[in-house]
Design a binder for this molecule. Sequence first.
Ligand code: HEM
Length: 208
Amino acid sequence: MRYRLWRIGVFLVASVPPLYWLYCAAFNLLGPDPGKVLVDNLGLGALILLLITLAMTPLQQLTRWGGWIAVRRQLGLWCFAYAVLHLLGYVLFIAGLRLELVLRDLSERPYIIVGALAFVGLLALAVTSNRFSIRKLGRKWKALHRLVYAILLLALLHMLWVVRADLGEWLVYALIGGALLLMRLSAVASALQRAGVLFRENPKKIEI
Ligand code: HEM
């Protein structure tokens, strides 16, 4: 299989943070509210992985290196895995396994509703990210997977509700997300491709 080592490297790097946070939780290294820290870290991890996944196509267009696309699906599934752990952490540590509290949050708290919508979107993408679904859905598959941009907006809104006053970090993710959305617009995407071709043909002409 092509890019085997690269794929394994990405797998290892993505699996380290949750294992490290679990280790910290087991040895009481996460402060007075370890449950909340775990939930926050996993939520942020899911958002960062979503942004990294979305960066793979522009990177491929710019560099023409197939390795970016080779790990795109894996990264998307990692994003989903982090989101599942984030949701489990919320049910376990914040709602204390009380189903009535989860249901109340889901009907009354807008940031939980928005997070849940983002999660359902990620679930739809994760279950259709296999070859069988690609073949079965045909053109609809592409349309369905464009949902990823709506999911990104929902995840950013969800985070904005959580951080509220502390906007600095949120702005960084929102700007990166905005830039990635912009790059998907066809005019920008073809400009990127042209820049990639120019750079490969004559790297010295383009000084960065
Ligand atoms: C049913 C689905 C979800 C629920 C119930 C949920 C719940 C929560 C809760 C309770 C918090 C922490 C609030 C606090 O610190 O007081 C949080 C924060 C966060 N969540 Fe979610 N979430 C969901 C889905 C998602 C998804 C799909 C993403 C990203 C793809 C996400 C990303 C985040 C981020 C980035 C934060 C802020 C972390 C920080 O403060 O550093 N969440 N979420």
